[in-house]
Design a protein. Structure first.
Length: 421
């Protein structure tokens, strides 16, 4: 999803950078006995029911993975805060590259309960600000990472459609009514995946490589010593290096409060459509789409032929804390009603559409729409990664793996990842 910046940022894209990031082979550098905390003791099911009462609603994605449960370790080589695509990819890639190192992922709720389990699941190239110097081939390396970690997440890359109210292609497969005539303007690299399978696959890959994932363990503070100490409830975990991958939440921890804007973005899913309906609206080929002008609209077809559409941003009431938003209250219900009306009016084949899911998820915007990928101002031993501005499915996994290489001292941070003054 490119979000509202699309039209402008497309015009202003930097020249294409040479791909310079490719997955490295695992290093045989440390003995596997470096484990500093006990092996898993019990198992518990990591299921979407965990989020069924979420005030952000329930997405149609089903995360199916059993997380071994364990106590908070006293010390680890790498502590990762946040169990979305970014944090899980970093953990899995650390396990892949440095099998002897100890890795713990602290997740406040369940894995994927932030944007990653609530996303549209469009896999897109580049960033929300377009290509960036030295960024590399996001989609190409993303596929290599999936192959190395043996993750099947139903990735299909038929191309993504940029759609708009002017400059529509002759014979555009999409021809809808939405504040004008909405048609395909351009096809760009991209496609779709099942985000729940990506979350589960990354978590499985991390656990198989001996990382510990601790669910329902919100990090409440970090003591900024030479070796940072992560505070988790009443427990403490000293870490050689820390990755903060909390996206639009915990902005005081990441020091992004005041530097980036958190929003809840909304999505809905239709009940499964018939093949004839999908054909009539131009979506039979499975190409996801997003507008390059306003009003914004994005969407994709699921394997069961239900279509996810998204539009609309909600602020936290009187604060930056998105956990304060309840999508059943305030501005959100009217926004959902509005988007459902828009979808029913897009095309006669959608006139009688019924909707099965309404939900929201967190996204974080920087002023220039570039991701944040930088040292934490309080420590050389901590990295902050996120703020993909609604364009983070492939990118978060790609940069999560890149951050693992930075944590291991094998790769540098990109210049564009620092906050602009
Ligand atoms: C509705 C929606 C649709 C989207 N559609 C697309 C799309 O189609 N294509 C695309 O490219 N991008 C899309 N995005 C964006 C993309 O999903 C995100 O950029 C990506 O999932 C971010 O992953 P993440 O791991 O950085 O963050 P998250 O998945 O949000 O993970 C952060 C995690 O940190 C945890 N956390 C926060 N604070 C703490 C703490 N103190 N202690 C421990 N854990 C903590 C949270 O619980 C959360 O699980 C969409 C986003 C939304 C919300």
């Amino acid at each position: 999803m490119l979000s509202v910046c699309s039209a402008e940022s497309h015009e202003n894209r930097a020249a294409s950078g040479t791909p310079d990031f490719a997955p490295s082979e695992p290093a045989r550098e440390s003995p596997a006995d470096a484990r500093l905390f006990p092996a898993p003791m019990t198992a518990k099911r990591s299921t979407p029911e965990r989020e069924s009462k979420s005030p952000w609603g329930t997405s149609p994605w089903q995360i199916d993975f059993t997380i071994p449960s364990q106590p908070v370790p006293a010390s680890v080589d790498f502590a990762i805060i946040g169990g979305g695509f970014t944090g899980l990819a970093a953990a899995a890639w650390l396990g892949h590259l440095a099998p002897g190192k100890s890795v713990a992922v602290f997740e406040a709720l369940g894995i994927g309960s932030g944007a990653s389990g609530r996303t549209g699941g469009m896999a897109l190239a580049e960033t929300a600000a377009g290509d960036l110097p030295g960024l590399g081939d996001v989609l190409g390396v993303f596929q290599q990472i999936l192959a190395k970690l043996r993750i099947d997440c139903d990735l299909a890359l038929p191309g993504a459609w940029e759609i708009g109210r002017s400059n529509g292609m002759q014979g555009s497969p999409i021809d809808w009514k939405d504040s004008g005539r909405l048609r395909v303007v351009k096809e760009v690299p991209g496609g779709t995946l099942d985000p729940a399978k990506l979350v589960a696959g990354l978590a499985r890959a991390a656990v198989e490589r001996d990382a510990f994932i601790l669910e329902h363990q919100p990090v409440t503070g970090i003591e900024w010593k030479d070796r940072p100490v992560v505070e988790v409830g009443g427990a403490h975990c000293s870490a050689g290096k820390v990755l903060l991958a909390t996206n639009a939440l915990s902005l005081d921890l990441t020091n992004l409060a005041g530097h980036a804007e958190p929003k809840l973005t909304l999505a809905i899913a239709t009940e499964p459509l018939s093949a004839v309906q999908l054909g009539a609206i131009g979506l039979a080929g499975g190409n996801p789409f997003y507008t390059v002008d306003l009003p914004y609209l994005w969407g994709r077809v699921r394997r069961n032929r239900s279509v996810i559409f998204g539009a609309g941003l909600v602020d936290a009431p009187r604060s930056r804390d998105l956990t304060k938003i309840d999508i059943g209250k305030g501005k959100a219900p009217e926004l959902f009603a509005r988007i459902e009306r828009r979808i029913r009016s897009l095309h006669p084949a959608l006139e009688k559409s019924k909707f099965t899911h309404r939900w929201g998820g967190p996204i974080l915007f920087t002023e220039n729409w570039q991701p944040v990928f930088m040292r934490h101002p309080r420590s050389e031993n901590a990295i902050v990664l996120g703020a993909y501005a609604g364009h983070g499915v492939a990118l978060s996994t790609y940069l999560g793996a890149w951050s693992a290489e930075v944590l291991l001292g094998r790769r540098k941070l990109p210049h564009w990842g620092a906050l602009q003054d």
